[in-house]
Write a protein that binds this ligand. Structure first.
Ligand code: FES
Ligand code: FES
Length: 173
């Protein structure tokens, strides 16, 4: 058994750790391997929006939100998600009803192959939740850790600024 600060005690049964977490507003109970990374656990459980790029904390394609803050799922143990609130791209919108941030990324042409986009969108969400009216500098700082091999680094900034306008205009889904 291991203590997790303020989040109860982790139990190991037959070599696997039982964790409880909230993903996109739903309670989940998972059994994870000791030393298993959160990115592997998420993808195994069907949350494939978190992408594996560098697997080394450098590219941001595995970005999710943990308790509302951006986190790199490739750099966190799955057991560290115990008692946390996770948001993945699957929790934002659907193809039919995209979230305003997703809509803004499409409208500005920021989406090309799309591989980096879940991480970019979630990093944008964390920024706009904290600062609904950021300037370009703040957007660049927030997206700093998210690499894109296709689009460059202009359209995503335009997308985040457009998303801020959309959300302020009350068009949030
Ligand atoms: S896959 Fe996690 S930072 Fe690159
Ligand atoms: S759109 Fe292809 S990596 Fe960013």
């Amino acid at each position: 058994m291991a203590k997790t600060k303020g989040r109860g005690v982790l139990k190991t049964v037959e070599g696997r750790i039982s964790i409880r977490l909230d993903i996109n507003g739903k309670d989940q109970a998972w059994k994870v391997e000791p030393g298993e990374y959160l990115l592997d656990a998420l993808r195994r459980e069907g949350y494939k929006g978190a992408k594996r790029g560098c697997d080394n904390g450098d590219c941001g394609t595995c970005t999710i939100l943990v308790d509302g803050k951006p986190a790199l799922a490739c750099m966190m143990f799955a057991a560290q998600a115990h008692g946390r609130r996770l948001t993945t791209i699957e929790g934002l919108g659907t193809t039919d009803r995209p979230h305003p941030i997703q809509q803004a990324f499409v409208e500005t042409g920021a989406v090309q192959c799309g591989f980096c986009i879940p991480g970019m969108v979630l990093a944008t969400k964390a920024l706009l939740d904290e600062d609904p009216d950021p300037d370009e500098k703040a957007v660049r700082r927030a997206l700093d850790g998210n690499l894109c091999r296709c689009t460059g680094y202009v359209k995503q900034v335009e997308a985040a600024l457009l998303a801020a306008k959309k959300l302020q205009g009350g068009k949030a889904s």
